[in-house]
Design a protein around this ligand. Structure first.
Ligand SMILES: *[C@@H]1O[C@H](CO)[C@@H](O)[C@H](O)[C@H]1NC(C)=O
Ligand SMILES: *[C@@H]1O[C@H](CO)[C@@H](O)[C@H](O)[C@H]1NC(C)=O
Ligand SMILES: *[C@@H]1O[C@H](CO)[C@@H](O)[C@H](O)[C@H]1NC(C)=O
Ligand SMILES: *[C@@H]1O[C@H](CO)[C@@H](O)[C@H](O)[C@H]1NC(C)=O
Ligand SMILES: *[C@@H]1O[C@H](CO)[C@@H](O)[C@H](O)[C@H]1NC(C)=O
Length: 490
């Protein structure tokens, strides 16, 4: 069932830039075997300071690697061209560390553009960036792809042989980064798993936490904001019960395709629900374009339209909801109509994600309408499984992720940072307390979905600056450990 469609951001080699000539201590690297990278002294202050480099140009080269289609069976002997991107502008060879970006569920170049932290840090660590796109179809194959690719690069790239590799990823890519370190500690010295919900699997965390966090974000961003969204579902039911009401709703929301029936109204409500969830993920402190172009603290802007008195009519309430939704869908003013078949940019690669959710990434979620602002929804594995079967002809294996990746029983692993934002609903399934000295949780109370992986910005809250500084400190420690235990110098 695998296709050759996987793509990625990875590493390859170009000639050294003038920068690296100015780092002579690296040439003696392996004599000492203790020194690792020539870290620039200003590293921590720059990361913690107020400088920002949002306009750092991104440059990388694209390469292809003949990757095995199936690492685990012996019948399928074919290969596919795996795309990977390399940025070695700041790489100090030999032995400079390699940051390996563990892909994501979307277009790799798009994610790469939204992961400025890698570029900021690479400059500071003298690192080579290396990343690839996930295998849509199974995380185990993707991890094996990473391992094979890194071994290949280290043996074929002059100066990379002794380079410690650190896996970095956010969201699903963060889960892959953490699991990569767990399953292949021989390949990567550590991992930064940002906003990685490795516990959002059956039986590990309460299914309602996710929507509760979304609700909290709205509750604290404006007057009665969550209460009015909670009320809006019934208002939609009321209004959509007549043909003229459906027409009014369609016009009020400037929908591309008018609602025709109460079944359409159900789809319309899920689309709105997804819209509020997406806003919670991207509630960043500065204007950003992750899922959509948005203003700073977009939920506060949305909530301005929802600060309505409890006595307003269904129509007045829904007028406010429409204005609020348009903050998300029409912030740039260039959207002719709202398309209820879309909630995010096309780069997210949702179909691939749906497939994974329908196979091994089964993530229970539920709502009760009391502790959250959504309509009550039970988690129903059977119904979910039937949907998957209808869409892809597969049924999920709900317990597999827990079996293959250890569930909550991961204390025997080491060198993984789990960072989570307090505003991010995915933190519900994340590791939010320290497990051991080297399985560390970093909390960013004012952070949304992997804010720490984004470029530094003048409007970054102190908590994310501190998180990045701590992350770099752990990177340095892992690199130091790796060099210490390297068997010998060539
Ligand atoms: C990523 O950034 C590069 C350079 O700024 C740009 O050319 C490219 O179109 C961007 N890709 C996406 C998918 O946003
Ligand atoms: C929906 O209709 C019911 C019955 O007419 C009414 O009591 C209620 O106030 C309306 N609106 C909402 C938001 O429940
Ligand atoms: C989006 O904003 C522009 C500019 O304000 C407006 O002309 C257009 O009608 C809006 N689109 C929608 C779908 O509301
Ligand atoms: C709405 O989105 C769907 C799915 O992306 C797309 O196929 C369709 O063409 C879009 N409709 C309009 C009017 O843009
Ligand atoms: C985990 O330990 C680190 C290092 O002591 C500390 O900075 C961090 O705040 C701790 N995380 C949590 C969630 O307590």
């Amino acid at each position: 069932m695998r296709t050759g469609l996987r793509t990625g951001l990875g590493t390859g080699l170009r000639t050294q830039g003038p920068d690296r000539a100015a780092a002579p201590c690296l040439l003696t690297l392996c004599l000492g075997c203790l020194h690792v990278v020539a870290l620039k002294p200003q590293l921590l202050t720059r990361l913690g300071g107020s400088s920002h480099s949002t306009d750092t140009p991104i440059s990388y080269d694209t390469f292809y690697f003949d990757q095995r289609i199936d690492h685990f069976g012996f019948l399928e002997d074919g290969t596919f061209k795996q795309r990977y991107l390399v940025a070695d502008e700041h790489w100090q060879r030999p032995g400079g560390p390699i940051l390996f970006y563990t892909g994501n569920e979307g277009d790799i170049t798009w994610f790469c553009n939204n992961t400025g932290f890698m570029w900021d840090v690479a400059e500071e660590l003298g690192a080579m960036l290396d990343s690839k796109h996930l295998n849509y179809l199974s995380s185990e194959q993707a991890l094996a792809d990473f391992a094979v690719l890194i071994k290949h690069l280290k043996s074929s790239s002059p100066g990379a042989e002794q380079s410690p590799v650190i896996a970095v990823g956010g969201s699903y890519g963060g889960m892959l980064a953490a699991w990569f370190r767990m399953k292949y500690p021989n390949i990567v010295v550590g991992a930064l798993a940002a906003s990685a919900p490795i516990w959002q699997f059956p039986g590990m965390v309460p299914c309602g936490d996710f929507y509760r966090i979304v609700t909290q974000d709205f509750a604290k961003s404006g007057n009665a904001c969550d209460a009015n969204i909670r009320k809006s579902w019934k208002a939609i039911n009321n209004v959509s019960s007549t043909a003229s009401g459906l027409q009014w709703l369609s016009e009020e929301f400037s929908l591309c395709a008018p609602l025709k029936s109460s079944i359409d109204a159900v789809g319309f409500k899920s689309w709105l629900q997804e819209t509020w969830v997406n806003l919670a993920m991207v509630d960043y402190p500065y204007p950003a374009n992750f899922l959509q172009p948005l203003p700073r603290w977009p939920i506060q802007v949305v909530c301005k339209f929802l600060a309505l008195d409890p006595s307003v009519s269904d129509y007045e309430l829904l007028h406010g909801v429409a204005q609020a939704a348009k903050v998300y869908y029409n912030y740039t003013g260039s959207s002719p109509c709202l398309n209820t078949s879309q909630t995010a940019t096309g780069s997210l690669g949702l179909l691939g994600w749906f497939y994974q959710a329908c196979t091994e990434m089964v993530m229970p979620m539920c709502a009760d309408g009391v502790h959250d602002m959504f309509e009550p929804q039970d988690w129903n594995l059977q119904a979910f499984s039937d949907e998957c079967n209808a869409m892809f002809g597969v049924r999920p294996r709900a317990d597999w992720a827990g079996t293959v990746y250890g569930g909550k029983d991961i204390a025997s692993h080491s060198n993984i940072i789990f960072s989570n934002g307090g505003l991010d609903p995915w933190s519900a399934g994340g590791v939010t307390s320290n497990i051991t000295d080297s399985l560390v949780s970093i909390l960013i109370p004012d952070g949304a979905h992997h804010l720490d992986l984004r470029y530094r910005n003048d409007q970054d809250p102190p908590s994310v600056r501190a998180a990045r500084a701590l992350e770099v400190m752990y990177f340095r420690e892992w690199i130091r450990q790796a060099k210490k235990t390297q068997p010998r110098c060539p």
